[in-house]
Structures are given as structure tokens and as C-alpha cells.
Design a protein around this ligand. Structure first.
Ligand code: HEM
Length: 171
């Protein structure tokens, strides 16, 4: 019996990453009074990416130049707020050992950098003529950005809810 137990223990798979010092160190450190800045700031680029697509659709439907102007503002602010959100996320990724060591956090980084490049391209393209830019490429780009922001946000949520990264272990 004792021999069987020993054998069972010997067969157990050991994850070398889980043995690393700081593996369980996953609390958010970039925040105000323990309230994580990344979680607070991502709402803005997510909402503005949707607003840009919405304004493009309304321009397509109505032909009103107002919507083209709304879309270029939404595209620009989505990009700038996205950069700010990305900066808080990157600080968390690099400074918290338990986040830095998990590949899922780096996957989120790669998806987010793709998103930021697309948001920047969408804004830059419109700066050369925000009304003419919408049909067809502007609206196609903003529609695609909605898909990528959904994937980014969904994956970020997994980091928090499944891996419990950036959460407080406090009281
Ligand atoms: C560019 C670099 C980025 C890095 C390195 C990064 C990293 C992280 C990390 C480590 C978390 C886990 C929670 C935490 O520690 O705060 C997280 C959560 C999250 N991220 Fe990012 N992120 C980046 C950009 C973005 C962007 C651009 C978006 C969306 C526009 C985004 C959306 C989210 C969401 C929605 C969560 C879940 C927040 C929650 O439910 O509390 N991230 N991110």
C-alpha cells in the first residue's frame, strides 16, 4: 500500500512554472488604494471602439457629416485611451511576478497590441479626410476593430475571473 502511494506521488506531474518563486504573487499593484487602474481604464477604449462603428453606420445610413465627425473623434479617443489602458496593463504585466510568469498574460498583451495598432490605423486613415474615409474602408476597419476589442476584453476577463490575476487577496 505504502509502495503504491509512493508510486502515485512519483507519477504526479510537476509544473515547473508553478514552482517558481512569486507564482502566487498576482495582486494588482497599479491602482488607487488597491483599486486596479487597468480594469478602470479599459472601459473607455472598449466603448469608444463601439461608438466609432456606430457613428460609421449612422453616416452610411443618413449621409450626415455630423456622424463622420463623431466617428473621427471616437476613433482618435479610442486609440489614445487605448494607449493609456495599455500602459497600465503593461506596468502590471512587467512588475507583478505572478502575472509576468503566466503565458496567458502575454497572449493578452499580443492581442492588445494588435488592437492598438488597428485603432491607430483607423484614426490615422481618417485624418486625411474623415468623410471620404468611411466608405468602404473606414467602416470595414471599425467593424473589424469591434471584433478585436471584444476578443481582447473577453481574454482580459479570463485573466481576472479564471486565473484571478490583478485581484486582491486582502481581507
Ligand atoms: C497593451 C498591453 C496590455 C496589457 C499588458 C494588459 C494586461 C492585462 C492584465 C495583466 C490583466 C489582468 C488584470 C490586471 O492585472 O489588471 C488585464 C485585464 C484586462 N484587460 Fe488588459 N492589457 C493590455 C491592454 C488592454 C486593452 C487595450 C484592453 C481593451 C481595450 C484590455 C482589456 C482588458 C480587460 C477587459 C481586462 C479585465 C479587467 C477586469 O475584468 O477587471 N487590455 N489586462
Amino acid at each position: 500500500m505504502a509502495r503504491q502511494m509512493e508510486q502515485k506521488q512519483g507519477d504526479e506531474l510537476v509544473d515547473p512554472i508553478a514552482q517558481a518563486p512569486g507564482f502566487d504573487d498576482t495582486e494588482s499593484i497599479i491602482g488607487f488604494w488597491g483599486h486596479p487602474l487597468h480594469a478602470m481604464s479599459v472601459a473607455f477604449p472598449v466603448a469608444l471602439t463601439f461608438c466609432c462603428f456606430g457613428a460609421d453606420l449612422l453616416y452610411w445610413w443618413s449621409g450626415e457629416v455630423f456622424w463622420a465627425r463623431a466617428a473621427v473623434w471616437a476613433a482618435g479617443t479610442a486609440f489614445l485611451f487605448g494607449l493609456a489602458a495599455g500602459a497600465t496593463g503593461t506596468m502590471e504585466l512587467l512588475m507583478v511576478p505572478g502575472i509576468r510568469i503566466r503565458s496567458a498574460a502575454w497572449t493578452h498583451f499580443v492581442i492588445a497590441v494588435l488592437l492598438l495598432s488597428l485603432l491607430g490605423a483607423n484614426w490615422g486613415y481618417r485624418l486625411q479626410g474623415y468623410e471620404a474615409a468611411i466608405l468602404p474602408y473606414g467602416i470595414l476597419l471599425s467593424g473589424f476593430n469591434v471584433l478585436v476589442v471584444m476578443v481582447t476584453g473577453w481574454h482580459g476577463g479570463k485573466l481576472v475571473f479564471d486565473y484571478r490575476l490583478g485581484t486582491s487577496k486582502g481581507s
